[in-house]
Write a protein that binds this ligand. Sequence first.
Ligand SMILES: [Fe+2]
Ligand SMILES: [Fe+2]
Length: 166
Amino acid sequence: MLNKDLLNALNEQMNHEYYAAHAYMAMAAYCDKESYEGFANFYIQQAKEERYHGKKIYDYINDRGEKAEFSALSAPTSEFTSILETFEDGLAQERDVTRRFYNLSDLANEAKDYATISFLNWFLDEQVEEEAMFETHIDYLKRIGDDCNTLYLYEKELAARSFDEE
Ligand SMILES: [Fe+2]
Ligand SMILES: [Fe+2]
């Protein structure tokens, strides 16, 4: 059993993880349309990771004897003006997710639900990595600027990225 507010917040976050996957797939579609296949692959892998996060929360809700509830996802941003803009939007999205997990942790602490506090710690660590990764890509892309050759090489590196569940 979970405290009702905590259950609602976990359900909301599970849905938000699937929304994040949705948003990254929209970024992949923009990259593919512009023939940046390496960046498209980066976002497709990122979307897989977000669905993995959603499933992790789904499993946790079930393990606690509750039922996961799915809701409609809003339409993500689909128009971008540059690859850099997709990464800046990605960073903003990750920062918002971090804030959400802080709020969830506050609720778990108020409920003195130590199992959920422990569960959420994994996500807090994960968010540090997610934000750092987007910040690094933004720095690289700014440094590369209009250098097409370097951008090409950088993209080839991202084309090899693949997400595997731990
Ligand atoms: Fe996530
Ligand atoms: Fe994420």
